[in-house]
Design a protein around this ligand. Sequence first.
Ligand code: ZN
Ligand code: ZN
Length: 427
Amino acid sequence: MTIARRYVTLDTLVAIFPGLASFCTGSPPLFLAECVNARGKIQGMDPRQKDWTNLLFLVLSPIAGIGGTILYASRFGVQWWEPTLCLTLFFAIGLSIGSGYHRYFSHRAYECHPAVESVMLFFGAMALQNSALQWSRDHREHHRFVDTDRDPYNIKRGFLWAHILWIFYKQDPDRNFDAVPDLKRNPRVMWQHRYARVIGIGVGLGLPTLVGAFFGRPLGGLLWGGFLRIVLVHHTTFFINSLAHMWGARPYSTENTARDNWFLAFFTHGEGFHNFHHAFPSDFRNGIRWYHWDPNKWLIQSFRATRLARNLRVTPPPLVENAKLKVAAAVTEARLARVPTGIADDLRARAEQARARMEETLNLWKEAYARACELKAAKRTGQRPPSETMREIRRQMREYERRFRATRLEWKAALDRFTDLPAVQGF
Ligand SMILES: [Zn+2]
Ligand SMILES: [Zn+2]
Protein backbone atom coordinates (compact mmCIF):
# COMPACT_ATOMS: atom_id res chain seq x y z
CA MET A 1 0.00 0.00 0.00
CA THR A 2 2.85 2.34 0.94
CA ILE A 3 4.64 1.44 -2.27
CA ALA A 4 1.47 2.00 -4.30
CA ARG A 5 0.96 5.43 -2.70
CA ARG A 6 4.58 6.38 -3.25
CA TYR A 7 4.90 5.44 -6.90
CA VAL A 8 1.46 5.21 -8.51
CA THR A 9 0.29 8.77 -8.20
CA LEU A 10 -2.59 10.29 -10.13
CA ASP A 11 0.00 12.13 -12.23
CA THR A 12 1.52 8.82 -13.23
CA LEU A 13 -1.82 7.42 -14.36
CA VAL A 14 -2.82 10.57 -16.22
CA ALA A 15 0.58 10.66 -17.95
CA ILE A 16 -0.04 7.26 -19.53
CA PHE A 17 -2.95 8.24 -21.75
CA PRO A 18 -2.51 11.45 -23.81
CA GLY A 19 -0.08 9.92 -26.29
CA LEU A 20 -2.33 6.95 -27.04
CA ALA A 21 -5.51 9.01 -27.34
CA SER A 22 -4.01 11.46 -29.83
CA PHE A 23 -2.35 8.67 -31.78
CA CYS A 24 -5.64 6.78 -32.18
CA THR A 25 -7.49 9.86 -33.39
CA GLY A 26 -4.83 10.40 -36.07
CA SER A 27 -4.00 13.91 -34.94
CA PRO A 28 -0.56 14.94 -33.76
CA PRO A 29 -0.23 14.24 -30.05
CA LEU A 30 -1.53 17.14 -28.03
CA PHE A 31 1.89 18.05 -26.72
CA LEU A 32 3.42 17.88 -30.19
CA ALA A 33 0.77 20.05 -31.80
CA GLU A 34 2.02 22.95 -29.73
CA CYS A 35 5.54 22.74 -31.10
CA VAL A 36 4.96 21.96 -34.78
CA ASN A 37 7.05 24.41 -36.76
CA ALA A 38 6.20 26.34 -39.96
CA ARG A 39 6.96 23.28 -42.11
CA GLY A 40 4.53 21.18 -40.08
CA LYS A 41 7.33 19.22 -38.42
CA ILE A 42 8.55 18.91 -34.91
CA GLN A 43 12.06 18.19 -33.78
CA GLY A 44 13.16 15.00 -35.43
CA MET A 45 9.88 13.71 -36.80
CA ASP A 46 6.84 14.51 -38.84
CA PRO A 47 3.82 14.18 -36.55
CA ARG A 48 1.39 13.74 -39.46
CA GLN A 49 3.11 10.73 -41.00
CA LYS A 50 3.02 7.37 -39.35
CA ASP A 51 5.86 4.97 -40.06
CA TRP A 52 3.81 1.91 -40.99
CA THR A 53 6.83 -0.41 -41.21
CA ASN A 54 7.84 0.32 -37.63
CA LEU A 55 4.25 0.37 -36.47
CA LEU A 56 3.30 -3.00 -37.96
CA PHE A 57 6.53 -4.65 -36.82
CA LEU A 58 6.21 -3.36 -33.25
CA VAL A 59 2.55 -4.43 -33.07
CA LEU A 60 2.93 -7.82 -34.77
CA SER A 61 6.23 -8.95 -33.20
CA PRO A 62 4.71 -9.29 -29.67
CA ILE A 63 1.83 -11.28 -31.17
CA ALA A 64 4.30 -13.67 -32.84
CA GLY A 65 6.81 -13.57 -29.96
CA ILE A 66 4.47 -14.04 -27.00
CA GLY A 67 1.29 -15.50 -28.54
CA GLY A 68 3.16 -17.67 -31.07
CA THR A 69 5.63 -19.04 -28.50
CA ILE A 70 2.86 -19.89 -26.02
CA LEU A 71 0.86 -21.68 -28.75
CA TYR A 72 3.92 -23.53 -30.02
CA ALA A 73 4.99 -24.57 -26.51
CA SER A 74 1.52 -25.80 -25.57
CA ARG A 75 1.27 -27.83 -28.79
CA PHE A 76 4.85 -29.20 -29.04
CA GLY A 77 6.28 -28.70 -25.55
CA VAL A 78 9.50 -26.92 -24.60
CA GLN A 79 12.99 -28.26 -25.15
CA TRP A 80 15.87 -27.09 -22.90
CA TRP A 81 17.74 -25.33 -25.71
CA GLU A 82 14.80 -23.05 -26.61
CA PRO A 83 14.72 -20.88 -23.44
CA THR A 84 18.55 -21.17 -23.33
CA LEU A 85 18.81 -19.77 -26.85
CA CYS A 86 16.35 -16.99 -26.00
CA LEU A 87 18.25 -15.98 -22.85
CA THR A 88 21.68 -16.23 -24.47
CA LEU A 89 20.63 -13.92 -27.30
CA PHE A 90 18.77 -11.66 -24.83
CA PHE A 91 22.04 -11.12 -22.93
CA ALA A 92 24.35 -10.93 -25.98
CA ILE A 93 22.12 -8.41 -27.77
CA GLY A 94 20.97 -6.51 -24.66
CA LEU A 95 24.59 -6.06 -23.53
CA SER A 96 25.59 -4.89 -27.02
CA ILE A 97 22.92 -2.22 -26.74
CA GLY A 98 23.86 -1.22 -23.16
CA SER A 99 27.68 -1.44 -23.33
CA GLY A 100 27.88 -0.67 -27.05
CA TYR A 101 25.12 1.54 -28.43
CA HIS A 102 24.60 3.32 -25.13
CA ARG A 103 27.74 3.62 -23.02
CA TYR A 104 30.32 3.40 -25.84
CA PHE A 105 28.83 4.95 -28.98
CA SER A 106 26.44 7.45 -27.37
CA HIS A 107 28.48 8.49 -24.35
CA ARG A 108 32.10 7.55 -25.10
CA ALA A 109 32.43 6.24 -21.55
CA TYR A 110 35.51 4.18 -22.48
CA GLU A 111 37.80 3.34 -25.39
CA CYS A 112 37.85 -0.14 -26.88
CA HIS A 113 39.50 -2.32 -29.50
CA PRO A 114 37.94 -2.22 -33.00
CA ALA A 115 37.17 -5.95 -32.69
CA VAL A 116 34.97 -5.24 -29.64
CA GLU A 117 33.33 -2.38 -31.51
CA SER A 118 32.55 -4.64 -34.45
CA VAL A 119 31.06 -7.41 -32.30
CA MET A 120 28.85 -4.91 -30.46
CA LEU A 121 27.74 -3.33 -33.74
CA PHE A 122 26.85 -6.74 -35.16
CA PHE A 123 24.85 -7.97 -32.15
CA GLY A 124 23.41 -4.48 -31.59
CA ALA A 125 21.94 -4.53 -35.11
CA MET A 126 20.11 -7.76 -34.21
CA ALA A 127 18.10 -5.79 -31.62
CA LEU A 128 16.25 -4.04 -34.49
CA GLN A 129 16.49 -0.67 -32.73
CA ASN A 130 17.97 1.26 -35.67
CA SER A 131 21.67 1.62 -36.44
CA ALA A 132 24.17 2.70 -33.79
CA LEU A 133 24.47 6.02 -35.64
CA GLN A 134 20.75 6.79 -35.43
CA TRP A 135 20.31 5.36 -31.92
CA SER A 136 23.21 7.45 -30.59
CA ARG A 137 21.98 10.62 -32.34
CA ASP A 138 18.54 10.22 -30.73
CA HIS A 139 20.06 9.37 -27.38
CA ARG A 140 22.45 12.33 -27.31
CA GLU A 141 19.47 14.57 -28.06
CA HIS A 142 17.52 12.86 -25.28
CA HIS A 143 20.24 13.80 -22.78
CA ARG A 144 20.79 17.28 -24.15
CA PHE A 145 17.12 18.26 -24.25
CA VAL A 146 15.69 15.88 -21.63
CA ASP A 147 12.03 16.52 -20.69
CA THR A 148 11.59 19.16 -23.38
CA ASP A 149 9.99 19.10 -26.84
CA ARG A 150 13.36 18.52 -28.45
CA ASP A 151 13.82 15.28 -26.50
CA PRO A 152 12.74 12.54 -29.00
CA TYR A 153 11.22 10.42 -26.23
CA ASN A 154 10.12 13.19 -23.94
CA ILE A 155 8.35 11.63 -20.94
CA LYS A 156 6.28 14.81 -20.50
CA ARG A 157 4.27 13.61 -23.52
CA GLY A 158 3.15 10.57 -21.56
CA PHE A 159 4.27 7.03 -20.78
CA LEU A 160 3.21 5.52 -24.10
CA TRP A 161 4.84 8.24 -26.18
CA ALA A 162 8.21 7.78 -24.43
CA HIS A 163 7.87 4.00 -24.49
CA ILE A 164 6.88 3.32 -28.09
CA LEU A 165 4.65 5.88 -29.85
CA TRP A 166 7.59 8.11 -30.81
CA ILE A 167 8.88 5.28 -33.02
CA PHE A 168 5.57 5.10 -34.90
CA TYR A 169 6.16 8.46 -36.63
CA LYS A 170 8.36 9.03 -39.67
CA GLN A 171 11.66 10.77 -39.18
CA ASP A 172 11.99 14.27 -40.57
CA PRO A 173 13.92 13.65 -43.86
CA ASP A 174 15.85 16.90 -43.30
CA ARG A 175 17.19 15.59 -40.01
CA ASN A 176 20.94 15.07 -40.10
CA PHE A 177 23.62 13.44 -37.98
CA ASP A 178 25.41 16.59 -36.86
CA ALA A 179 25.05 15.48 -33.23
CA VAL A 180 27.31 12.46 -33.87
CA PRO A 181 30.30 13.76 -35.92
CA ASP A 182 32.67 11.30 -34.23
CA LEU A 183 30.51 8.34 -35.30
CA LYS A 184 30.21 9.62 -38.88
CA ARG A 185 34.01 9.33 -39.12
CA ASN A 186 33.98 5.68 -38.00
CA PRO A 187 33.87 3.33 -41.05
CA ARG A 188 32.53 0.41 -38.99
CA VAL A 189 29.64 2.52 -37.70
CA MET A 190 28.83 3.74 -41.22
CA TRP A 191 28.92 0.18 -42.58
CA GLN A 192 26.54 -0.97 -39.84
CA HIS A 193 24.28 2.00 -40.56
CA ARG A 194 23.86 0.75 -44.14
CA TYR A 195 23.24 -2.90 -43.22
CA ALA A 196 21.58 -2.69 -39.79
CA ARG A 197 18.16 -3.86 -41.02
CA VAL A 198 19.62 -6.64 -43.15
CA ILE A 199 21.59 -7.95 -40.16
CA GLY A 200 18.65 -7.41 -37.79
CA ILE A 201 16.20 -9.40 -39.88
CA GLY A 202 18.51 -11.75 -41.80
CA VAL A 203 20.76 -12.80 -38.93
CA GLY A 204 18.40 -11.90 -36.04
CA LEU A 205 15.75 -14.27 -37.36
CA GLY A 206 17.90 -16.55 -39.55
CA LEU A 207 20.44 -17.55 -36.90
CA PRO A 208 17.94 -18.84 -34.32
CA THR A 209 16.03 -20.63 -37.10
CA LEU A 210 19.27 -22.41 -38.08
CA VAL A 211 19.95 -23.36 -34.45
CA GLY A 212 16.38 -24.68 -34.27
CA ALA A 213 16.91 -26.65 -37.49
CA PHE A 214 20.00 -28.24 -35.91
CA PHE A 215 17.73 -29.56 -33.13
CA GLY A 216 15.01 -30.51 -35.64
CA ARG A 217 12.66 -27.65 -34.65
CA PRO A 218 13.34 -24.57 -36.84
CA LEU A 219 10.05 -22.94 -35.84
CA GLY A 220 10.93 -23.36 -32.14
CA GLY A 221 14.26 -21.58 -32.79
CA LEU A 222 12.58 -18.77 -34.75
CA LEU A 223 9.92 -18.16 -32.07
CA TRP A 224 12.12 -18.42 -28.94
CA GLY A 225 15.40 -16.98 -30.24
CA GLY A 226 13.87 -14.69 -32.85
CA PHE A 227 10.51 -13.12 -32.08
CA LEU A 228 10.27 -13.64 -28.30
CA ARG A 229 13.84 -12.40 -27.84
CA ILE A 230 13.17 -9.33 -30.04
CA VAL A 231 10.15 -8.41 -27.92
CA LEU A 232 12.06 -8.86 -24.66
CA VAL A 233 15.04 -6.76 -25.82
CA HIS A 234 12.75 -4.11 -27.33
CA HIS A 235 10.55 -3.53 -24.32
CA THR A 236 13.24 -3.76 -21.64
CA THR A 237 15.14 -1.06 -23.57
CA PHE A 238 11.96 0.98 -24.08
CA PHE A 239 11.24 0.83 -20.34
CA ILE A 240 14.37 2.93 -19.75
CA ASN A 241 12.83 5.73 -21.80
CA SER A 242 9.42 5.38 -20.14
CA LEU A 243 9.33 3.75 -16.69
CA ALA A 244 12.86 4.83 -15.68
CA HIS A 245 11.64 8.42 -16.12
CA MET A 246 8.60 7.86 -13.89
CA TRP A 247 9.22 5.22 -11.24
CA GLY A 248 12.00 5.20 -8.68
CA ALA A 249 14.22 7.40 -6.55
CA ARG A 250 16.17 10.53 -7.47
CA PRO A 251 19.15 10.59 -5.11
CA TYR A 252 21.63 12.31 -7.46
CA SER A 253 19.59 14.95 -9.25
CA THR A 254 16.07 16.31 -9.23
CA GLU A 255 16.71 18.52 -12.25
CA ASN A 256 15.10 16.00 -14.61
CA THR A 257 12.66 13.09 -14.45
CA ALA A 258 15.23 10.24 -14.58
CA ARG A 259 14.95 7.70 -11.73
CA ASP A 260 17.06 5.00 -10.14
CA ASN A 261 15.14 1.75 -10.09
CA TRP A 262 16.90 -1.49 -9.03
CA PHE A 263 13.95 -3.60 -10.23
CA LEU A 264 14.26 -2.24 -13.78
CA ALA A 265 18.04 -2.48 -13.55
CA PHE A 266 17.70 -6.23 -13.05
CA PHE A 267 15.95 -6.66 -16.42
CA THR A 268 18.01 -4.08 -18.31
CA HIS A 269 21.56 -5.22 -17.42
CA GLY A 270 22.01 -2.25 -15.07
CA GLU A 271 20.50 0.53 -17.18
CA GLY A 272 17.75 1.08 -14.59
CA PHE A 273 20.06 3.22 -12.42
CA HIS A 274 18.97 6.03 -14.67
CA ASN A 275 19.06 8.93 -12.21
CA PHE A 276 22.78 8.42 -11.66
CA HIS A 277 23.24 8.03 -15.41
CA HIS A 278 21.55 11.35 -16.24
CA ALA A 279 23.57 13.08 -13.50
CA PHE A 280 26.88 11.60 -14.74
CA PRO A 281 26.27 10.33 -18.31
CA SER A 282 29.88 9.73 -19.26
CA ASP A 283 30.55 7.36 -16.34
CA PHE A 284 30.98 3.79 -17.64
CA ARG A 285 28.89 2.55 -14.70
CA ASN A 286 25.19 3.11 -14.06
CA GLY A 287 25.02 1.19 -10.78
CA ILE A 288 28.02 2.48 -8.85
CA ARG A 289 28.01 0.26 -5.77
CA TRP A 290 29.69 -3.15 -6.08
CA TYR A 291 26.36 -4.84 -5.27
CA HIS A 292 24.36 -2.89 -7.88
CA TRP A 293 23.21 -5.27 -10.61
CA ASP A 294 24.98 -3.81 -13.64
CA PRO A 295 26.25 -6.53 -16.03
CA ASN A 296 27.15 -3.82 -18.57
CA LYS A 297 29.61 -2.40 -16.04
CA TRP A 298 31.06 -5.86 -15.38
CA LEU A 299 31.38 -6.58 -19.11
CA ILE A 300 33.27 -3.31 -19.68
CA GLN A 301 35.53 -4.09 -16.69
CA SER A 302 36.21 -7.52 -18.19
CA PHE A 303 37.19 -5.83 -21.48
CA ARG A 304 39.68 -3.75 -19.50
CA ALA A 305 41.01 -6.79 -17.67
CA THR A 306 41.69 -8.45 -21.05
CA ARG A 307 43.20 -5.22 -22.48
CA LEU A 308 40.35 -4.81 -24.93
CA ALA A 309 39.24 -1.54 -23.33
CA ARG A 310 40.95 1.34 -21.56
CA ASN A 311 40.36 4.82 -20.14
CA LEU A 312 37.11 3.84 -18.43
CA ARG A 313 35.57 7.09 -17.23
CA VAL A 314 34.63 7.21 -13.55
CA THR A 315 33.04 10.16 -11.75
CA PRO A 316 35.23 11.24 -8.80
CA PRO A 317 33.56 9.95 -5.59
CA PRO A 318 33.51 13.42 -3.92
CA LEU A 319 31.52 14.75 -6.89
CA VAL A 320 29.00 11.91 -6.51
CA GLU A 321 28.68 12.66 -2.79
CA ASN A 322 28.35 16.36 -3.53
CA ALA A 323 25.41 15.68 -5.88
CA LYS A 324 23.71 13.47 -3.28
CA LEU A 325 24.28 16.06 -0.56
CA LYS A 326 22.69 18.80 -2.67
CA VAL A 327 19.53 16.73 -3.29
CA ALA A 328 19.29 15.57 0.33
CA ALA A 329 19.84 19.10 1.65
CA ALA A 330 17.14 20.54 -0.63
CA VAL A 331 14.61 17.92 0.55
CA THR A 332 15.33 18.33 4.24
CA GLU A 333 15.55 22.11 4.11
CA ALA A 334 12.11 22.34 2.58
CA ARG A 335 10.80 20.22 5.45
CA LEU A 336 12.78 22.06 8.11
CA ALA A 337 11.32 25.33 6.89
CA ARG A 338 7.89 24.04 7.93
CA VAL A 339 8.98 23.59 11.56
CA PRO A 340 8.19 26.94 13.22
CA THR A 341 11.17 28.86 14.59
CA GLY A 342 11.42 28.64 18.35
CA ILE A 343 10.80 24.89 18.18
CA ALA A 344 13.81 22.58 18.26
CA ASP A 345 16.15 25.45 17.45
CA ASP A 346 19.10 23.69 19.09
CA LEU A 347 18.56 20.66 16.82
CA ARG A 348 18.28 22.88 13.79
CA ALA A 349 21.55 24.60 14.73
CA ARG A 350 23.24 21.22 15.23
CA ALA A 351 22.05 20.03 11.81
CA GLU A 352 23.28 23.23 10.17
CA GLN A 353 26.70 22.96 11.84
CA ALA A 354 27.04 19.31 10.76
CA ARG A 355 26.12 20.27 7.21
CA ALA A 356 28.69 23.07 7.14
CA ARG A 357 31.37 20.63 8.37
CA MET A 358 30.27 18.12 5.72
CA GLU A 359 30.66 20.69 2.96
CA GLU A 360 34.04 21.80 4.26
CA THR A 361 35.35 18.20 4.36
CA LEU A 362 33.89 17.51 0.93
CA ASN A 363 35.82 20.46 -0.53
CA LEU A 364 39.07 19.21 1.02
CA TRP A 365 38.35 15.72 -0.35
CA LYS A 366 37.69 17.19 -3.83
CA GLU A 367 40.97 19.14 -3.74
CA ALA A 368 42.95 16.06 -2.68
CA TYR A 369 41.27 14.02 -5.43
CA ALA A 370 42.09 16.66 -8.07
CA ARG A 371 45.72 16.71 -6.86
CA ALA A 372 45.90 12.89 -7.12
CA CYS A 373 44.54 13.10 -10.69
CA GLU A 374 47.20 15.69 -11.60
CA LEU A 375 49.95 13.47 -10.24
CA LYS A 376 48.59 10.47 -12.15
CA ALA A 377 48.43 12.51 -15.36
CA ALA A 378 52.04 13.65 -14.79
CA LYS A 379 53.05 10.01 -14.34
CA ARG A 380 51.45 9.13 -17.69
CA THR A 381 53.55 11.79 -19.43
CA GLY A 382 56.74 10.21 -18.09
CA GLN A 383 57.31 12.40 -15.00
CA ARG A 384 57.86 10.56 -11.74
CA PRO A 385 56.23 12.25 -8.75
CA PRO A 386 57.87 11.23 -5.45
CA SER A 387 56.18 8.14 -4.09
CA GLU A 388 55.83 9.76 -0.59
CA THR A 389 53.78 12.54 -2.21
CA MET A 390 51.40 10.01 -3.79
CA ARG A 391 51.15 8.10 -0.51
CA GLU A 392 50.40 11.31 1.40
CA ILE A 393 47.67 12.35 -1.06
CA ARG A 394 46.05 8.90 -0.82
CA ARG A 395 46.19 9.07 2.99
CA GLN A 396 44.55 12.51 2.89
CA MET A 397 41.78 11.26 0.57
CA ARG A 398 41.00 8.36 2.90
CA GLU A 399 40.97 10.69 5.90
CA TYR A 400 38.66 13.25 4.24
CA GLU A 401 36.32 10.52 3.09
CA ARG A 402 36.18 9.10 6.64
CA ARG A 403 35.52 12.56 8.08
CA PHE A 404 32.84 13.25 5.50
CA ARG A 405 31.01 10.02 6.36
CA ALA A 406 31.26 10.79 10.11
CA THR A 407 29.80 14.29 9.71
CA ARG A 408 27.06 12.88 7.47
CA LEU A 409 26.05 10.54 10.29
CA GLU A 410 25.95 13.52 12.68
CA TRP A 411 23.77 15.44 10.24
CA LYS A 412 21.39 12.50 9.79
CA ALA A 413 21.21 11.96 13.56
CA ALA A 414 20.24 15.61 14.09
CA LEU A 415 17.62 15.42 11.32
CA ASP A 416 16.18 12.15 12.68
CA ARG A 417 15.21 14.04 15.84
CA PHE A 418 12.62 15.95 13.82
CA THR A 419 10.04 13.23 13.90
CA ASP A 420 7.99 14.42 10.93
CA LEU A 421 10.94 14.58 8.53
CA PRO A 422 11.01 11.88 5.87
CA ALA A 423 14.08 9.73 5.40
CA VAL A 424 16.06 11.03 2.46
CA GLN A 425 16.18 8.40 -0.27
CA GLY A 426 19.54 6.85 -0.86
CA PHE A 427 21.53 9.24 1.32
ZN1 ZN B 1 16.76 9.04 -19.91
ZN1 ZN C 1 22.42 7.77 -21.79
